[in-house]
Design a protein around this ligand. Structure first.
Ligand SMILES: [Cu+2]
Length: 208
């Protein structure tokens, strides 16, 4: 049942991807950039590769310049340069979750104007995932690549291929969080955000 639903979702996703493949380019820096480029057709990008065994460590890694509030499930950055890793479908966690700094779907707070790099790793061996920072009110529709709008230029890794024998797919999105507010990060693959692949992304500042 689940497999059938996923197959249907995949087909819908493929149609959306094909429709806009010409207009949306994955914005990446870091590993895999050269081979990545504009998204072609419905083939999820693979980007860079990290070893299968590194997923748990990456999901637990506490980034520099951040404090972890495990009880509040919140990761707070205090620096103008922000870099962290989000592991989609981390080992021993829910399939539809992000693992960040040892937490599941934490609230992520960053200061206004910070330059943000999010390394996204897909630890799932069954399906693609991505990560987009978007409006806090946005709900992912059946074709989120058509309707989910990144809140900041570059704030999207649309889709990373599932794990392969070569390892786990990874790509990095980089953007400047210029406007304070409450946003969210979510997986744009159809059905995933609704199943739990989302968390709050808060840009703090004097305007708030
Ligand atoms: Cu997903």
């Amino acid at each position: 049942m689940r497999g059938r639903q996923l197959a249907i979702a995949g087909a819908v996703f493929a149609a959306g991807a094909l429709a806009i493949a010409g207009t949306i380019a994955l914005t990446t820096t870091g590993p895999g950039t050269a081979a990545y480029g504009p998204m072609m057709g419905a083939t999820p990008a693979r980007g860079g590769i990290v070893s299968d065994g590194s997923a748990a460590g990456l999901a637990a890694r506490v980034p520099a310049g951040a404090s972890v509030d495990s009880a509040g499930n919140t990761l707070v950055f205090h620096t103008s340069t922000v870099a962290f890793t989000a592991v989609a479908s981390p080992p021993d966690e829910g399939m539809y979750t992000f693992g960040v700094a040892g937490m599941t779907n934490p609230v992520i707070e960053i200061p206004r104007g910070a330059r943000v790099s999010i390394e996204v790793v897909n630890a799932d061996d069954d399906m693609p995932h991505g990560l987009v920072v978007t409006s806090g009110q946005a709900a992912a529709g059946p074709m989120p690549m058509m309707t989910t709008v990144p809140s900041f230029p570059g704030a999207a890794v649309w889709t990373l291929a599932q794990a392969s024998p070569a390892g786990l797919s990874t790509a990095t999105e980089t953007f400047t969080a210029g406007v304070p507010g409450r946003y969210q990060y979510l997986c744009p693959v159809p059905g995933h955000a609704a199943a739990g692949m989302a968390g709050a992304f808060v840009v703090t500042g004097s305007d708030q």
